[in-house]
Design a protein around this ligand. Structure first.
Ligand code: SDX
Length: 389
């Protein structure tokens, strides 16, 4: 009688799609890529090997991998005109704003004459995106600090090349630190794919209309930027820096529990994991390894670990099954690598590009219909209009 529609609260949503790429068991903290546990991939594989597995469904042999690596490295450079695109941005633009804009613009250079219905064109685009995203990402950083862009060096590894393009300058010889290279490679593996998260669903939705893959990936970048999603790593480091010392933790725990306070513990909680995010476990181990190997003591690691200990023993978090997620420790490692917080989500985006494009290809191969979610309408029932003007 309120004039509004109401629905049976028993309404349940149905799965948005089928996929063979990634499996998550949120209650038991399980994450599999093509059946391989994330813990094993992070320990045994390289990021490019994981890219091959996500794209092709199987682990590559030596021959297959060498060809894949050559094919990827063939595309690491970007068109000179793209260098000029950056001049349209303020130097102090957030790198995610630049990455989003430039990625969409790549369609003007690399989608010309290609057809999303052609499997070979889809694979070529996957290789181009996989290869060019680190180059564009490093350009976003160099542009923000007023340094000249650094060209890729194909003799380096995928992660090593990214670090080279980030930190090399014409004035100094830059040697990739193997500790940082291994840590970056592992961080990329841990962010590679994660089933139908908000940004991957965005890529699939955009792709379902037949939009070009660069536009779809740019849409994914836009979605990932939010602090509730990929932007959480940058927000988490800012939170830890604001907490500063373990003495201040109780105040922030209280705020996180206060329903009148919009503050939430960044890097904590998950839509699917109601157990420990298996990536967070590997990330925490990597954090300790990197800081020890670099001989760095960061008080923020102590704050993070104490915050985790207190929250995991607090009834509010226990009842709600809130655990650290992939974003809780990653910022401390990236900070130790002298990467600015504004670049954290950019690194998440270049790592997740393989997941996004694998889902985009799968969607085309499976024969997609345009995404058209329905709604629960709770507005007015029909009524006659009479202007009040
Ligand atoms: C990523 O989907 C993916 O797979 C994403 C991702 C990927 O790889 O693609 O895993 C990457 O995005 C990880 C999540 C990163 N975001 C953050 O760390 C931001 C902080 N976390 C929260 O904003 C939150 O946990 C979400 C957004 C992740 C989930 O939010 P929900 O869906 O509201 O969580 P929920 O339904 O499980 O919440 C249950 C309760 C609620 O309280 P009540 O209404 O029951 O009283 O827990 C509370 C929430 O308010 N809660 C938190 C909290 N997260 C949830 N309270 C304090 N701090 C938090 N972080």
């Amino acid at each position: 009688n309120s004039g509004y529609f109401t629905f049976d609260p028993g309404f349940t949503s149905t799965a948005s799609c089928e996929s063979k790429i990634t499996y998550i068991d949120g209650d038991n903290g399980i994450l599999l890529h093509r059946g391989f546990p994330i813990e094993q991939l992070a320990k045994e594989a390289s990021f490019l090997e994981v890219c091959y597995i996500l794209l092709n469904g199987e682990a590559p042999g030596k021959e297959e991998f060498s060809k894949f690596e050559r094919d990827i490295k063939h595309h690491t450079m970007v068109h000179e005109q793209i260098h000029r695109l950056f001049n349209g941005f303020r130097r102090d633009s957030h790198p995610m704003a630049v990455l989003c804009g430039v990625t969409g613009a790549l369609a003007a250079f690399y989608h010309q004459g290609l057809d999303v219905e052609n499997p070979e064109h889809r694979r070529l685009t996957a290789y181009r995106l996989l290869s060019k995203m680190p180059t564009v990402a490093a350009m976003c950083y160099k542009y923000s600090i007023g340094h000249p862009f650094v060209q890729p060096k194909n003799k380096l590894s995928y992660a090593g090349n990214f670090l080279h393009m980030m930190f090399a300058t014409p004035a100094e010889e830059y040697v990739v630190n193997p500790i940082l290279e291994k840590a970056m490679d592992k961080i990329m593996i841990l962010h590679a794919d994660h089933e139908q998260n908000a940004s991957t669903s965005t890529v699939r939705t955009a792709g379902s209309s037949g939009a070009n893959p660069f536009a779809c990936i740019a849409a994914g970048i836009a979605s990932l930027w939010g602090p509730a999603h990929g932007g959480a790593n940058e927000a988490c480091l800012k939170m830890l820096e604001e907490i500063k010392t373990v003495e201040h933790i109780p105040e922030y725990i209280a705020r996180a529990k206060d329903k009148n306070d919009s503050f939430r513990l960044m890097g904590f909680g998950h839509r699917v994991y109601k157990n420990y995010d298996p990536r967070a476990t590997v990330m925490r181990e990597t954090c300790h390894e990197v800081l020890n190997e670099l001989g760095i003591h960061d008080d923020l690691l102590e704050v993070a670990m104490e915050l985790e200990r207190i929250a995991l023993n607090d009834p509010y978090f226990i009842e709600r099954k809130l655990y650290p997620n992939v974003d809780f420790y990653s910022g401390i490692i990236l900070k130790a690598m002298n990467i600015p917080a504004s670049m954290f989500t950019v690194i998440f985006a270049i790592s997740r590009t393989i997941g996004w494009i694998s889902h985009w290809i799968e969607m085309h191969e499976e024969g997609m219909k345009i995404a058209r979610p329905r709604q629960l309408y709770t507005g007015y029932v029909q009524r006659d209009f009479k202007s009040k003007l």
